[in-house]
Design a protein around this ligand. Structure first.
Ligand SMILES: NC(=O)c1ncn([C@@H]2O[C@H](COP(=O)(O)O)[C@@H](O)[C@H]2O)c1NC=O
Length: 196
């Protein structure tokens, strides 16, 4: 197994878009996900002055769901009010850039659109920067992660709800898994769940 750190994916299941966030962590395994309305936050439970380990992780809009590994979540969601998903990722990831920690941890982000088979992924690392507009494929997920992965396409197991999606995500074969969040488009709005 590979240590990928924070890992996120976007895909399509039974014609509906989904996104997942898999929080893997060696250094800060005590975290929890807090749901507040149409947002989810990661809260670190141990004493630290590290500014990168508690943050908004998901924000749901009528048309889009945004998932990232840092404070860029809220900036991207706000930018979607007037820019395309691609431009929102380019502008916000370029502005904030990678994290200034001892690993130069990349900022990663994913966006899916309600009622649409398109998705977007972005990656801002010290030596690598990209934004991809992707045609999502049923039963597959496009994935990016902070370490040792860059970009990959995975077969994603079938699920029927955001709860099941989060359960499938926490079963993915990556190291040091802490929790997984599932975001699945429903007929009206988005389903949201965490596992465990
Ligand atoms: N978003 C997160 O949950 C998160 N967790 C840890 N980091 C950063 O990544 C560094 C390495 O963490 P780890 O050893 O858990 O992979 C941490 O010192 C911190 O600066 C994070 N920053 C970005 O992924």
């Amino acid at each position: 197994m590979t240590y990928t750190g924070r890992t996120l994916g976007i895909g399509l299941m039974n014609g509906e878009p989904f996104a997942f966030y898999l929080l893997c962590s060696r250094s800060f395994p005590k975290r929890k996900a807090i749901f507040k309305g149409r947002a989810v936050y990661i809260e670190n439970m141990t004493e630290t002055d590290n500014p990168y380990v508690s943050y908004p992780v998901v924000r749901l809009l009528d048309d889009y769901a945004v998932v990232t590994n840092g404070l860029q979540t809220d900036f991207i969601a706000q930018t979607l009010e007037w820019e395309s998903p691609r431009k929102a990722l380019v502008h916000v990831l370029d502005a904030l850039d990678y994290e200034r920690d001892s690993y130069s941890t990349p900022r990663i982000a994913g966006i899916v659109e309600h009622g649409n088979g398109k998705g977007w992924l972005g990656f801002a690392g010290r030596d690598e920067f990209w934004v991809k507009s992707l045609e999502l494929k049923d039963g597959k997920a496009f994935v990016t992660a902070t370490y040792n992965l860059s970009f990959a396409e995975l077969d994603f197991p079938a699920f029927e709800s955001a709860e099941e999606l989060a359960e499938k995500a926490i079963e993915l074969p990556f190291e040091k898994k802490v929790l997984a969040i599932g975001v699945a488009a429903e007929k009206k709005g988005w389903g949201l769940a965490v596992s465990p």
